[in-house]
Design a protein around this ligand. Structure first.
Ligand SMILES: [Zn+2]
Length: 314
């Protein structure tokens, strides 16, 4: 395979610093700046991908129209919080979250056009707690859910797998696809923390039964439990599903010393999980992966774990 074909796309942009969450907020522009400068040091075989602004109709791939309008109105009225939940906003937040969703779609297009093998999008605000009708948990629009629908509607793919290793359960993504057999949602998360969803017993509903897998892990556990779950549950589940594309909700708040998460994963854990994703993607979907930043609130830890992740994508 040519060197060009194997290059990994990276997206980051100072525009995401404009989502101002106020003083002392863990999901801060500062955490992004530290990650951004780490990504700037990556060697040239990482191809920097441009972003773009998502259209309203793209947002509506995963969200109800009235919820989109509610976000717009809350931002326009200079509210400091989204009225649906604990999500700080500022006057730039609507534009920034459209840029974040659009950048993920641009990365999807780049992978589908074979410009890059896979891609990592460092965007904010995060997205995986946002349901079709409700922003919460620092999330406004659900970039990964929008991307999964976009892959199906724009690119005609049938089966998309989403692997979410943020320390929190991605309740929004799960809810959007809970009855959908064509999108497999799989979450590794710390047991019994915010948003208190994601039991192992939830395997999907209706036609989507079997296309949902939650792996709650005990607080303070290290990466060995997570990797054991990969081999026992995740790899067989993805093998059975045979995805056409792999999306990763890549939170780094399960890393040791995160101020919010209580798991003790190391950078090596993130690298090992990434290698397993690459192996699965190579086996089933020509290596096609788009990974999207979710949480991670220790700025230095976030940068270090994210670098381990993108280096393992190569
Ligand atoms: Zn999180």
């Amino acid at each position: 395979m040519s060197a060009e074909k194997r290059s990994v796309g990276i997206h980051f942009d100072a525009t995401y610093e404009k989502h101002d969450t106020g003083p002392h907020h863990p999901e801060s522009a500062e955490r992004y700046r530290v990650l951004e400068s780490a990504l700037q040091e990556l060697p040239e075989n990482f191809l920097r991908l441009p972003g773009r602004r998502a259209t309203v109709s793209e947002i509506l791939l995963a969200h109800e129209h009235y919820y989109h309008d509610l976000v717009y109105r809350d931002v326009e009225s200079f509210a400091h919080q989204l009225r649906t939940g604990d999500t700080a906003i500022c006057e730039e937040s609507y534009d920034v979250t459209l840029e974040a969703s659009g950048a993920v779609l641009a990365a999807v297009d780049a992978v589908m056009a074979d410009k890059v093998f896979s891609a990592f999008c460092a965007v904010r605000p995060p997205g995986h707690h946002a349901t079709a009708t409700r922003g919460m948990g620092f999330c406004i629009f659900n970039h990964v859910a929008i991307a999964a629908r976009y892959l199906q509607k724009k690119h005609g793919l049938q089966r998309v797998a989403i692997i979410d290793w943020d320390v929190h359960h991605g309740n929004g993504t799960e809810a959007i696809f809970i009855e959908d057999p064509s999108v497999f949602y799989l979450s590794l998360h710390e047991n019994d923390i915010y948003p208190h969803t994601g039991p192992a017993t939830e395997r999907g509903q209706g036609k989507g039964l079997g296309a949902n897998l939650n792996i709650p892990l005990p607080g303070a556990s290290d990466g060995t439990l997570a990797l054991a779950a990969w081999d026992a549950q995740i790899t067989p589940a993805i093998d059975a599903f045979q995805p056409d594309f792999l999306l990763i909700s890549a939170g780094f708040d399960a890393r040791i010393n995160d101020p919010i998460g209580g798991l003790h994963w190391s950078d090596a854990t993130f690298a090992a999980m990434t290698r397993r994703c690459v192996e699965l993607a190579e086996k089933w979907c020509g290596g096609k992966i788009v990974s999207v930043l979710e949480g991670g609130y220790n700025p230095a830890g976030l940068a270090s774990a994210a670098l381990a992740h993108v280096n393992a994508l190569v």
